[in-house]
Design a protein around this ligand. Sequence first.
Ligand SMILES: *Cc1c(COP(=O)(O)O)cnc(C)c1O
Length: 462
Amino acid sequence: MELRALLDRTAAHAANFLDSLDARKVPPSASVHELRKALHRPLPTKGLEPERVVDELVRAVEPGLLASTGGRFFGWVIGGTLPAALAADWLTSAWDQNAAIVATSPAAAVTEEVCGAWLKDLLAIPADASFALVTGSQTAHVTALAAARNHLLARAGWDVERRGLGHAPPLRVLASDLRHESLERAVRLLGIGTDAVTLLPTEPSGSLRVDALAVALEQAESAPTILCLQAGELNSGTFDPLAEACGLARRQGAWTHVDGAFGLWAAASPKLHHLVQGAEQADSWATDGHKWLNTPFDIGFAFVAHPDAHRAAMTTRASYFAHDAIARDQMEWNPEWSRRARGFAVYAALRSLGRSGVAELVERCTRHARRLVGEIGELQETEVLAEPIINQGLVRFLARDGDHDRRTDDVIARIQEEGESWFGGTTWRGGRAMRVSVCSWRTADADIDRALAAVRAALAAT
Ligand SMILES: *Cc1c(COP(=O)(O)O)cnc(C)c1O
């Protein structure tokens, strides 16, 4: 078969899947066992025709897909994919550029430069901050904290890139007890070790306690310190007191890193911008494209207010200044070597939304989350645990016998079984809760109606 015919056929498969989202159940219909049966065939000795490979892949895989890209999925923090971003992502594979350096793809390098500038503008990050398009907030943490490690230890007279951490002055990391665990993994990967992490208590709302932070910063005042703040806590969407905390940290000489995987996008909305006030004073920031911006997966962003430290931590060149600068070599700022040209999908997402479209997406998801939590909260035998400040909220379901944890898990399981809509469970302050997380550009009022009907039916049936 001609390549063009194969691509047309594949586009039709993709469109068929996306067209089915409105009608299909959200959870997969196939079990893991069934998927193994369908996929785990002997590796063929002789290769197969591409169209057969693609057709069979679609048939085997589709029953095992979670329709998380659809409008009735409210689990974890998972966005959909905007049409323009999807199309640009297809082209990215067709163009097959290695976005390592300018020379391997000038187009990819320049596109990323533009994305970096647009993102800083939208997210209220200083225009002179350096940036990297990475695979997600996890690698954004690694990138940003590598810069922090370089900067803090250089100040203590230690070249960590050359000498390692073995005999270096010990670093210390402060974070709230509700930090995302990807932070601790970054700390582990960077050789700092989790013993260096002190977890600080939070207010009932989930936001870091400033009094506890002030005390912690004063203890071991001379130790090089990284403070990790959150813009958007995973369960409740709460923001740490960014302005106050950044101010305290700055006075102590600590490096402040903001985990704003999804919450940093509040900056793009004039109505929600106040939540991130103060974040612009931080030293580094991590956020995602694949959550609230609705790009395809494997797209996150790191920003660093100290470009020299960022570059020193990532560069592969012996001299940081030896290279001419016609355009930005991504490898100088990224932890990867060869890499996908993920800027094209970001560029397409941002251009297709525009500034007002990003604000509107953030506000719309927030409005949907508030409506879901508000209307669930009005039903009998329910309790709202966290009203959405942005697109995240928490509810639980009450049992006559007092075993609210069991009832909550039962209702969630029932909703998932019915498949009309999908919510996940979590543990909040020691008890079970149902998370309400709205991240998809696709979610419309009609999807919220259907989700509310599903919750009502599950409550009645448990
Ligand atoms: C999702 C998330 C992360 C991890 O981001 P990835 O893109 O999955 O690597 C980190 N922090 C918070 C608050 C998150 O929601």
